[in-house]
Design a protein around this ligand. Structure first.
Ligand SMILES: *Cc1c(COP(=O)(O)O)cnc(C)c1O
Length: 459
């Protein structure tokens, strides 16, 4: 029989806080986080170890293990944490929508760690508008008379309606009175913005004559809402932006299009998507177009308002503009993201949202195989399967597209995914029958090893 240390002897061998703080790895953590934060984590890790020893769960002390625990504690120090998205949904609102391009991150860091010319004209040495930076960037990419930008697209729609049609009637097709996410309902936003909703047509059919006969002297706007998260198929009819613009011109009523997921690149030539671009909508003559900054565009949360100068100028002067003002970090992220659009190929390569949405199935399969092989090395049996998913996740009215998943057969998938959500970093995956599916489309290359570790941990 070997020597059995009693737990009080083990307790005496616990290293001191000071000794741990001099550990090489801990020293690098202090540089990364802060002395106070690391010290707090060291204390907590030691307390946890002490408790485990007292309960006789741990019978020996390994400094390496303590350091690992400290690292885990530091990773969990914030409530807002990185997550591995294995759902295959690229524009996932609950998981934070767009992953920013490196260029955007660098610009955000640069701008937020020093003073900047946010609202200062360096040429004239006087006050200027924060929006000029982004308007200049937009104008470099597309041909648009005027632009302004607010906190998000819901805010953009709200502000535009409030400015253009407060107390007046806005005509919308019944088929476009949509709900997006769980809180943005077009009729509710319209009501709150002070306009009077005038529904025309039916759910599946709205004709030009429906709009025409609804117009009266109190009509201030014709609104078209892009169906972002669903498609009505079968016996349908809707009025195009072009047709609406013709009526608007004739009756001298502006036309606004809420595009939702605004995109500057024509995705149609890459296959499956039929999203109209922002340019197309403007070319068709819409007076105002609104869209999000963090959907297909792949930038930070924002709401773009583009269009005719006279209207945009009025929106800009709405006192509510201040309440919906966007912050300098967002501006920096968007400016850098927009610059990538100067070259389409570069945009697709460097903007993660576009890269993932358009990624070739062969490359997705390659990543899935890589995960599969790494799992196999750890003695974990899985399979690579072809699958269908909806990368737009409610931001594109799409049909399912081909993807590849790593499928892991487990006894209790619900239990398994629950545990996966508690690993570090947490993993969010899909369940299909007895399988947990990891969609390789939304797993980043740098996350492959972390994902394998997480799966191993849960098993
Ligand atoms: C997503 C969406 C919105 C809301 O945009 P946020 O940027 O999330 O505020 C509004 N309208 C449409 C058509 C959308 O698709």
């Amino acid at each position: 029989m070997g020597v059995v240390l009693d737990k009080f002897e083990v307790l005496r061998n616990i290293p001191s806080v000071d000794k741990l703080l001099k550990n090489k790895e801990i020293e690098t953590l202090i540089i990364k986080y802060s002395y106070a934060l690391v010290k707090e984590s060291v204390r907590e890790a030691l307390q946890r170890l002490r408790n485990r020893i007292l309960k006789s769960f741990d019978t020996e002390i390994e400094e390496e293990k303590i350091v690992e625990e400290i690292k885990t504690l530091l990773n969990k120090r914030y409530s807002l944490r990185p997550v591995i998205n294995a759902t295959g949904v690229v524009i996932h609102t609950n998981l934070g929508r767009a992953i920013l391009p490196e260029e955007a991150i660098r610009h955000v860091v640069e701008i937020s760690t020093s003073y900047s010319n946010l609202e200062y004209d360096l040429e004239k040495g006087q006050r200027s508008k924060r929006y000029t930076h982004i308007i200049d960037a937009v104008k470099k990419i597309i041909n648009v008379p005027s632009a302004v930008i607010v906190n998000n697209n819901a805010g953009a729609v709200f502000l535009a309606l409030n400015t253009i049609a407060k107390g007046k009637e806005v005509i919308v097709s019944r088929g476009e009175l949509v709900e997006i996410g769980d809180s943005f309902r077009i009729p509710d936003v319209m009501a709150q913005s002070g306009v009077i909703l005038k529904e025309v047509g039916t759910t599946n059919k709205t004709r030009l004559s429906d709009y025409e006969s609804a117009i009266n002297e109190n009509t201030a706007l014709l609104l078209k809402v892009h169906k972002s998260n669903f498609k009505i198929t079968g016996f349908t009819e809707e009025v195009s932006v072009k047709e609406l613009v013709e009526v608007g011109k004739k009756m001298q009523i502006p036309v606004m299009v809420d595009l939702g997921s605004g995109c500057f690149i024509d995705l149609k030539k890459y296959g499956f998507y039929t999203e109209p671009t922002v340019q197309e909508i403007l070319r068709e003559g819409a007076d105002i177009v609104t869209f999000s900054g963090d959907k297909l565009l792949g930038g930070a949360q924002a709401g773009f308002i583009l269009g005719r100068s006279a209207i945009v100028e009025k929106i800009y002067r709405n006192p509510l503009m201040r309440a919906l003002r966007i912050d300098k970090m967002t501006l920096a992220a968007l400016e850098a993201t927009l610059m990538l659009y100067l070259d389409e190929e570069e945009a697709i390569k460097k903007i993660p949202t576009l890269r993932m949405i358009l990624e070739d199935a062969i490359l997705i399969k390659k990543r899935a195989v890589k995960i599969y092989k790494k799992l196999k090395k750890q003695g974990i049996e899985a399979t690579v399967k072809e699958n269908l998913s909806m990368p737009g996740g409610g931001s594109l009215p799409e049909s399912p597209v081909k993807t590849y998943v790593v499928a892991l057969k487990v006894e209790t998938p619900q239990e398994f995914t629950r545990k996966l959500r508690k690993t570090d970093p947490p993993v969010v995956a899909r369940i299909k029958d007895d399988y947990v599916l990891f969609d390789a489309r939304t797993i980043q290359d740098r996350e492959v090893s972390l994902l394998v570790d997480a799966i191993k941990q849960v098993l």
